[in-house]
Design a protein around this ligand. Structure first.
Ligand SMILES: *[C@@H]1O[C@H](CO)[C@@H](O)[C@H](O)[C@H]1NC(C)=O
Length: 200
């Protein structure tokens, strides 16, 4: 009787060890974020507000900025103040841990990205200053200053940036909620999820 009890205890313990070991192995093989690219693009999903809850194409800068090291789930997206991001952000506290949306123009892409990074942003979206631009992707490049940028810097269509900012203003919201980079794998049809105003 006693021996049987010890044996089954041993068995339970062995199963426990095996289970712990195999889940460890699963953790060790982290998914490859490079698989999230389609051509030169990554994607971002807006979860809230619902009006603009679509999947957006975002294009990482060509030769500056960091890479995503993980997928960020349900983090804030805030609009930079000033919107051109050419000086220290006045709403820096909101930018901490968030994705920051900045408008193209007045200073370099690198300067904008550094100002967002200094406020603690995890990534920056630079949107075209042409609010009607719904198809031309810009290849963002270094400004020749050789300054180091750690966070990912991504280009967003002018029309997308315009719609995001206008919708947040309409609802007087401080931020949207996003998933970035969004994993498109296994999405049945991209067509249903892209913004209705955009031609991908
Ligand atoms: C993306 O989703 C697919 C399908 O669900 C999954 O196999 C893959 O590991 C995911 N990739 C990442 C980087 O999470």
């Amino acid at each position: 009787m006693m021996r049987k009890g010890v044996l089954s205890l041993f068995f339970v313990f062995a199963v426990f060890i095996l289970t712990a070991y195999s889940s460890d192995v699963r953790l060790a093989t982290t998914p490859d974020l490079n698989l999230l690219y389609t051509a030169d693009n990554l994607f971002m999903q807006i979860v809230e507000p619902e009006d603009i809850s679509y999947i957006y194409k975002v294009r990482p800068a060509r030769n500056f900025g960091g890479e995503f090291e993980k997928i960020y789930h349900h983090i804030p997206l805030v609009v930079a103040n000033p919107y051109n991001g050419c000086s220290k952000l006045d709403n820096g506290r909101r930018a901490d841990g968030a994705v920051v949306l900045i408008q193209r123009g007045d200073c370099s892409f690198v300067t904008k990205t550094i100002n967002a990074e200094n406020a603690g942003a995890v990534a920056v979206l630079i949107t075209d200053n042409d609010a009607q631009n719904d198809e031309a992707q810009i290849h963002m490049i270094q400004d020749g200053t050789e300054r180091e940028v750690k966070i990912p810097s991504l280009f967003l269509l002018g029309k997308d940036g315009y719609m995001i900012k206008a919708t947040l203003e309409k609802y007087r919201m401080d931020n949207a909620i996003v998933n970035i980079p969004f994993n498109m794998t296994g999405m049945p049809t991209m067509m249903n999820s892209q913004p209705p105003w955009t031609l991908w």
